[in-house]
Design a protein around this ligand. Structure first.
Ligand SMILES: *Cc1c(COP(=O)(O)O)cnc(C)c1O
Length: 469
């Protein structure tokens, strides 16, 4: 492809993108395809000879968009949002065209230095003290893995990477029973084992029982095991379960344990000072992650990982073979030493465009709007005789059930049928979860462009589909 053809196809792609975004509200939110349908339309073997771009692009338009679930749809109320604000998408196009490899300062100085600044902008935006520095990881799962590896190395006096894990008592990590599965996976990958993730029960407020945490740590020490760290939950995925960050960090610090706060979703809302009570005490943590790629508006992947002492993270993850040493550049930051992967994308550019194009006030207005809209919908549903709110809104997430009649025997299967019927209907997209043994339907407002009318449509769709079951 020569320069002129590249120019033309880039324009075509940009035009397609603008039309796509304009078409979103009239598309069904969740893909309406059967498994295997797309694979059946793709050639089974790669082409031996070049094909014209016209044909490739036409196939893209024919096959892909209708078989996508539209995360940028204003009526996407499932999972958590994965917002891609248009200004940040433009930055992603620029980063893509440079296709930089940002592992070391010298392989992309602008990317490294912009990343240092953007992590600090995000730190200020969510109100963390200056002592925190950080890195943009790909996902919260990676940040949590890095934190668990740091817990491991710190507890083993930095010998684990060198000597492996044999010959030590089992290391123990503590988290509430309502933390995300990425914590379980981090223990698997770190070689610590599922059974050494100690799940602490939660209280009435869905927060970790801190007395039970203290007791578990003491009991493990008694048995000769090696407590290493605590993962703190802020805005859990299922129904927004949140620990008392201050109390957990204080208990962890009494026991000299490393703490990692998982605020993957809720962290974006901390740009609004009035919501910061949710993670009160967070300044006591050693490590914190939140995902600008969820609620804030940067396209996937962008996870802000803050650490109180970068040295402990770098001591855990830096590996420097001769060919990676950047001679004469000592004192510069090489972000590959702060993460699992070596090669890394230019993530800071989309953060820079996002924060400048909307301003913190613009982003706060969106997040406040989502919280308000979710509360309004919860209030409207709870006023209906045949719906009940199961968990009250945490920021913009609540859960509910359809409960027609008093003696309905199988509300779980009824609600599962309801969520499937709502998603087949296509006007909105919701997901279910299990809460205290019951199947409940989650509602999350948070898509960047959700408007009040979209919440009206959600209310009508939920009620109408339920009553037609
Ligand atoms: C989404 C989420 C994660 C996982 O985030 P990824 O960036 O997809 O790895 C972890 N914890 C919580 C609480 C989440 O909501």
């Amino acid at each position: 492809m020569d320069t002129e053809a590249f120019r033309e196809w880039s324009h075509r792609a940009a035009d397609w993108g603008a039309d796509y975004r304009a078409s979103l509200a009239s598309r069904p939110v969740r893909a309406q395809v059967a498994p295997g349908a797309v694979a059946g339309m793709i050639a089974a073997a790669p082409p031996e000879t070049a094909e014209p771009m016209e044909a490739i692009f036409a196939d893209f338009e024919r096959i892909v968009p209708d078989a996508m679930t539209h995360w940028q749809h204003p009526r996407f109320f499932a999972y958590f949002p994965a917002n891609a604000a248009p200004a940040a998408v433009v930055a992603e196009q620029l980063a893509g065209v440079m296709a930089a490899q940002c592992m070391l300062w010298q392989t992309s100085p602008a990317a490294t230095e912009l990343e240092i600044r953007m992590v600090d902008w995000l730190r200020q935006a969510v109100g963390l003290p200056e002592v925190f520095e950080g890195v943009l990881q790909d996902t919260a799962s990676s940040a949590t893995l890095c934190a668990v590896l740091t817990m491991r190395e710190r507890a083993l006096d930095w010998s684990g990477n060198r000597d492996g894990l044999t010959g030590h008592p089992a290391l123990r990590v503590y988290a509430s029973s309502r933390t995300h599965s990425s914590v379980d996976k981090a223990l698997w990958i770190a070689g610590l084992g599922q059974r050494n993730l100690v799940k602490i029960p939660t209280d009435r407020n869905l927060a970790m029982d801190v007395d039970a945490l203290r007791a578990a740590i003491a009991a493990d020490r008694e048995r000769g095991l090696l407590p290493a760290g605590v993962v703190v939950n802020v805005g859990g995925t299922s129904v927004g379960a949140t620990d008392d960050v201050r109390a957990v960090c204080e208990a962890a610090s009494e026991a000299d344990l490393y703490t990692h706060v998982d605020a993957a979703w809720a962290g974006s809302a901390m740009i609004c000072p009035e919501f910061r009570t949710l993670w009160q005490g967070v300044e006591l943590a050693d490590s914190i992650v939140f995902n600008p790629h969820k609620w804030l508006g940067t396209p996937m992947e962008c996870s802000a990982h803050f650490v109180r002492e970068p040295e402990t993270l770098v001591k855990t993850l830096a590996i420097q073979p001769e060919y990676l040493k950047t001679h004469g550049k000592d004192g510069v930051i090489n972000f590959s030493e702060w993460s699992v992967q070596l090669g890394r994308r230019f993530r800071a550019l989309k953060v820079w465009f996002l924060l400048r194009a909307y301003g913190l006030e613009g982003l706060r207005a969106r997040i406040r709007g989502h919280v308000r809209l979710a509360r309004q919908l919860a209030a409207r549903l709870s006023a209906e005789p045949d719906f009940e709110i199961v968990t009250a809104p945490v920021l913009s997430l609540f859960s509910f059930r359809y409960t027609p009649g008093r003696n309905h025997t199988d509300l779980d299967s009824l609600n599962l049928r309801l969520v499937n019927a709502i998603n087949d209907d296509g006007r909105i997209y919701l997901t279910q979860t299990e809460h205290d043994g019951r199947l409940v339907i989650r509602f999350v407002a948070g898509q960047f462009d959700t408007r009040p009318e979209d919440i009206d449509i959600a209310f009508e769709a939920i009620c109408a589909v339920a009553r037609a079951l």
